[in-house]
Write a protein that binds this ligand. Structure first.
Ligand code: ATP
Ligand code: MG
Length: 653
């Protein structure tokens, strides 16, 4: 390994396993030849206006045509200027009008095992009813609606009802505290709140409405609260004049409200980021560009076909739920499984039970879940017939090669391609991913950019780095699904994403491109570890640790060191072994053997679990404080479990 040029990141992990797409899969795929992808990619890069004009006309309904395709004045962008469309129309009416209203849209299973199926026609009726009720509660174009709900069909219905009348939804993950709801309500100026009496989680009922009541005491802009009866508790306090029951005001409507023609750039939603690197940002997405991006990326990446049963296990509280439970698949007319509860209730095999029962063909989940399944043991998987699966997806964090291999063998039976999708709340949809019919995959790489995505990897001066090193990942050209701003903070939008590398969107992640033109995400810009002048990627060191059979999960961070500048501190969770000195030494040596002496952790701590955001991402910034013996600083509002941190502090280093 050589000293990296300034601003570039060393690449130390060698991963050269290659998995070509199965021939059977390739034959029927949306993208079946590399030439097809290249032609499309080049057309989108060279004549973006023409490319996106055709895409928008073919794949969306327009009440009024747009003029200019893209008006770009960095950092401000408008797509499909002057056009009028409606995301709920594209998700529902478009299919119904084409005679496909009887297709199943949502197959839902609640945690206790109750089920419900909604066709596209039935879903539209429910969406219209909810929209009609919202209008009666005084909600119209541009009003913000906070949604704090369990993963029930009504959550999708509420989102689409907002879209139908031009209200702007702000979905708040139903595990957040009252304080976090207050922050989001006030930041967004929410006028209506939609919630449920309670939520099932691991067999217990969480009283959502009680949390909302606490939040509403400090949310002066919220005028009404619409409450779904989900758990059926009888002690739910309703404030007269403010609170109304869903079954009283929604179920009684006619269900026929036509979709409102909305400007292409009308705000569709606000969604707060996961808070992995700091205080969550309220990302603002608009109607037409986002809708088109979600639909097309869904169709490309998931190779969607008529007979698929598609399951994205995310929560609608995250962008993955917005784009790949609601807007993408429904715009594409897909049949989607939706599940309400925990993956380990009543047993650790619940996901596999669902896959078998509903004959799921496409499964999209997160590395944090995959690592949990590995830890829980193969016996839970082995009990079930997973032969319906044909495609697997991963999102949210980098997937370490060993977790990838497990997913490939145990879940995919070595026959399903894996799409490792890289993207962000800000990007609206998938940016880089294998195309399952044509891309030979490499464990740990998100492979190539989708049509319309023009990446650049640069050093701190904005200069492109050479291919064998890593640097900051930027996107050079606007794309339809990109964020339009941070709600109420345009200055932060310009500063955070556009100031460091002028004219380019700064993703905040590091990446490298290999000799085959494949991209490898190397972690967050803030997380780079600088050891004796070498800049190391967190993901690579973590992947080296994870390749040891005793390691389930690993997080590495830098801590100050007098001699080396920074020393490497590793936090690992293990399985089937005692956390003793021998294992500690063995793991350090393992990293040394895998990727070199320089990357060998100086400290290695065994942890019962790692601190994560509520969306399941490791929060390395908190571990940085723990490793350097500092008080934990920064925003911890999205931390999933405070006790994890306390336990880490108790552990011996
Ligand atoms: P915040 O922006 O508040 O710090 P966050 O970045 O975790 O939180 P999200 O928008 O939910 O919020 O996550 C996007 C980030 O997740 C990406 O920037 C990247 O770091 C990581 N990520 C997502 N998918 C992948 C992937 N396939 N490989 C590697 N990293 C990924
Ligand atoms: Mg981010």
């Amino acid at each position: 390994m050589t000293n990296s040029p300034s601003g570039q990141i060393d690449h130390v992990l060698i991963e050269d396993r290659l998995f070509p797409p199965p021939a059977e899969f390739a034959k029927k795929a949306v993208f079946s030849t590399t030439a097809q992808y290249e032609e499309m990619y080049n057309r989108a890069a060279e004549s973006p206006d023409e490319f996106w004009r055709e895409e928008a006309l073919e794949h969306m309904h327009w009440f009024e045509p747009f003029g200019e395709v893209c008006k770009w004045d960095a950092p401000n962008v408008e797509w499909f200027v002057g056009g009028k469309t409606n995301a709920s129309y594209n998700c529902l009416d478009r299919h119904i009008n084409a005679g496909r209203g009887d297709r199943k849209a949502i197959i839902w299973e609640g945690e206790p095992g109750d089920t419900r199926v909604l066709t596209y026609s039935e879903l539209r009726t429910e969406v219209c009813k909810c929209a009609e009720a919202m209008k009666q509660l005084g909600i119209g174009i541009g009003d913000v609606v906070s949604i704090y709900m369990p993963m029930t069909p009504e959550l999708t219905i509420a989102m689409l009802a907002c879209a139908r009348i031009g209200a702007v939804h702000s979905v708040i993950f139903a595990g957040f505290s009252a304080e976090s709801i207050v922050d989001r309500n006030n930041d967004a100026g929410a006028k209506l709140m939609i919630t449920a009496d309670g939520l099932y989680r691991r067999g217990k009922v969480l009283p959502l409405k009680k949390t909302v009541d606490e939040a509403l005491e400090k949310s002066p802009t919220v005028q009404h609260c619409l409450v779904l009866k989900r758990s059926g508790q009888d002690d739910v306090p309703m404030t007269a004049g403010r609170d109304v029951w869903w079954h009283e005001v929604v179920d009684t409507q006619a269900g026929e409200l036509p979709a409102e023609p909305l400007d292409s750039e009308a705000n569709l939603f606000i969604l707060y980021t996961s808070g992995s690197t700091g205080k969550p940002k309220g990302i603002r997405h608009t109607t037409a560009g986002y809708n088109l991006w979600a639909k097309r990326t869904f169709e490309w990446v998931f190779d969607h076909r008529e007979d698929d049963v598609y399951w994205c296990t995310a929560d609608c509280g995250w962008i993955t739920g917005h784009s790949y439970i609601v807007y993408g698949p429904l715009s594409a007319g897909a049949t989607c499984l939706m599940y309400e509860g925990a993956p380990n209730f009543p047993e650790e095999d619940r996901f596999w039970d669902l896959v078998e029962k509903y004959k799921v063909t496409i499964l999209y989940t997160a590395p944090t879940a995959i690592r949990a399944f590995i830890k829980w043991g193969d016996q839970h998987v082995d009990k079930h017939d997973l032969s319906s699966l044909r495609l697997l997806g991963s999102v949210g964090e980098g997937i370490n090669p060993e977790a990838w291999m497990w997913y490939h063998t145990k879940i995919g039976g070595e026959r399903c391609p894996i799409v490792d999708t890289w993207w962000q709340t800000e990007t609206g949809g998938i940016m880089m991913s294998p195309l399952p019919g044509i891309t030979a995959t490499k464990p740990g790489s998100c492979t190539r950019p989708l049509p319309g995505v023009v990446p650049a990897i640069v050093d701190e001066t904005g200069k492109e780095v050479d291919d064998h090193h890593g640097g900051m990942l930027c996107i050079s050209k606007p794309w339809p699904g990109m964020l339009r701003g941070i709600w109420g903070d345009e200055a932060r939008y310009a500063e955070q994403y556009w100031s460091m590398v002028p004219g380019k969107y700064l993703t905040g992640d590091n990446a490298r491109k290999d000799k085959d033109g494949y991209y490898w995400i190397m972690g967050r810009i803030d997380d780079v570890i600088n050891v004796s002048g070498h800049r190391l990627s967190t993901i690579e060191v973590e992947s080296a640790l994870c390749s040891h059979e005793a390691v389930c999960e690993a997080a590495v961070v830098g801590r100050p060191d007098d001699i080396k500048g920074q020393a490497i501190a590793a936090f690992v969770t293990i399985r089937d072994r005692e956390p003793d000195e021998a294992l500690r030494a063995e793991l350090k040596l393992h990293v040394r053997k895998q990727i070199g002496a320089l990357a060998q952790p100086d400290d290695l701590r065994f942890a019962a679990s790692l601190p994560k955001t509520r969306s399941g991402k490791i929060m390395r910034r908190l571990l940085r404080d723990v490793a350097s013996g500092k008080e934990i600083g920064g925003d911890t509002s999205t931390l999933e479990d405070f006790t994890v941190l306390a336990k880490l502090n108790d552990d011996e280093a």
